[in-house]
Design a protein around this ligand. Structure first.
Ligand code: PMV
Length: 359
């Protein structure tokens, strides 16, 4: 499947606008390492979030230049970096959406989370744009009327913008990458897990503790690339396959102790891969480690099934079921808050996925 379709060209070039909001996601089994064309080196699994999202409005009109012109406004201000990134993304999509060359674009995007929170917005941002493009196709061409087909293409296109973005297309628990024995999983798009989920996992909270808000020193794309020469990568990819297979069973049974063991190990392994790359790097901060120690102490003392995971950055994602919310809030306020920047915590939870904006 590659969705190349030279027929997607307008005879009458329209003007219009379309808007989508799309959430961020947090991986439980991490994607770290890829092959050409954003094919993941191993399958991954994530919770789609609810409150951490990007709202994007794409306005389009007939292009009078030779090829598309694209202006990008982020949080109300013209943003050259995002304009360049999106222009490149659109150029790479020309075989899939040949009509892109017939249009000029004004894209306006806002994140629900503070710009300075150090939260990556590529998953929410790229998936929101992919929704908008597939929506233009659905409106003006005789295709994508089937909702499943529409979402699959959105996920495929999102993946080409940012790998993990392909998982943000669906709510709940979403996998990406072929997993043997699990139907409909693919390296090309994300798959929503809808069966065999213990209901407790629909109630999960993710309190994101902001430890450092600075831009990452090493981008994810460089980090993925360094896995090609990492001496432990082969073992890591095998481990990720086995972790995802195990985690899927755990999620069905609802064993929180095993859930914690696999999820925390995945987070630490991700960072271990950074430390064992050449050149080596690491993205945690002293306060990241202090929080992890506090979580381990608290869990040992109280038995509360709260655990952490990490993205490619220093901020802690604290994961726990809703029934422990009040206890965990007390724990955060009394023991963890001091390690955050200006008490910045984003209390998020598992969400139901993207939505079209009424304009
Ligand atoms: O989608 P990218 O290229 O930003 O990579 C994301 C990598 C991690 O966030 C570290 C893990 C994941 O699976 O989301």
């Amino acid at each position: 499947m590659n969705y190349i379709n030279p027929k997607l060209l307008f005879t009458d070039v329209p003007s219009g606008k379309v808007g989508w909001q799309s959430p961020s996601n947090i991986a439980l089994v991490k994607y770290w390492g890829k092959k050409d064309m954003q094919i993941p080196a191993n399958p991954s699994l994530s919770f789609t979030l609810c409150k951490s999202l990007t709202k994007t409005i794409v306005e389009f009109s007939p292009s009078h230049s030779n090829g598309a012109k694209l202006d990008f406004f982020f949080e109300g201000k013209s943003n050259e970096r995002f304009a360049k990134k999106t222009t490149l993304f659109f150029q790479n999509l020309l075989d899939i959406f040949p009509f892109l060359n017939q249009l000029d674009f004004k894209i306006s995007s806002n994140n629900s989370f503070p710009h300075s929170a150090g939260i990556a917005s590529s998953a929410s941002g790229m998936s929101a744009i992919a929704f908008a493009l597939c929506d233009i196709e659905r409106k003006y061409f005789d295709s994508l009327s089937d909702e499943d087909e529409f979402l699959r293409k959105v996920s495929f296109v999102s993946r080409l913008g940012s790998g993990s973005a392909c998982r943000s297309v669906y709510g709940g628990l979403v996998s990406w990458g072929e997993i043997s024995g699990i139907e409909k999983t693919s390296n090309l798009f994300g798959t929503k897990l809808s069966e065999r989920i213990n209901p407790i996992f629909n109630t999960y909270n993710d309190s994101i503790l902001i430890v450092d808000a600075a831009q990452k020193k090493v981008s994810s794309s460089i980090g993925h690339g360094l896995m090609n020469s990492n001496p432990f990568s082969g073992k890591r990819f095998i481990q990720a396959y086995s972790n995802i297979t195990e985690l899927l069973k755990i999620i069905e049974i609802g064993d929180l102790e095993d859930f914690i063991r696999v999820v925390e190990s995945e987070a630490l392994t991700l960072h271990a891969m950074m430390m064992t790359s050449t050149p080596y790097f690491q993205l945690m901060k002293p306060n990241t480690i202090s929080i992890i120690d506090k979580i381990w102490e608290y869990r040992k003392k109280t038995g509360t099934p709260v655990c952490f995971t990490l993205d490619a950055g220093p901020n802690i994602h604290l994961l726990y079921p809703d029934e422990y919310k009040y206890a965990v809030m007390d724990f955060i306020n009394s023991e963890l808050m001091e390690f955050t920047i200006n008490n910045t915590i984003i209390h998020d939870k598992v969400g139901s996925g993207p939505k079209k904006l009424e304009l």
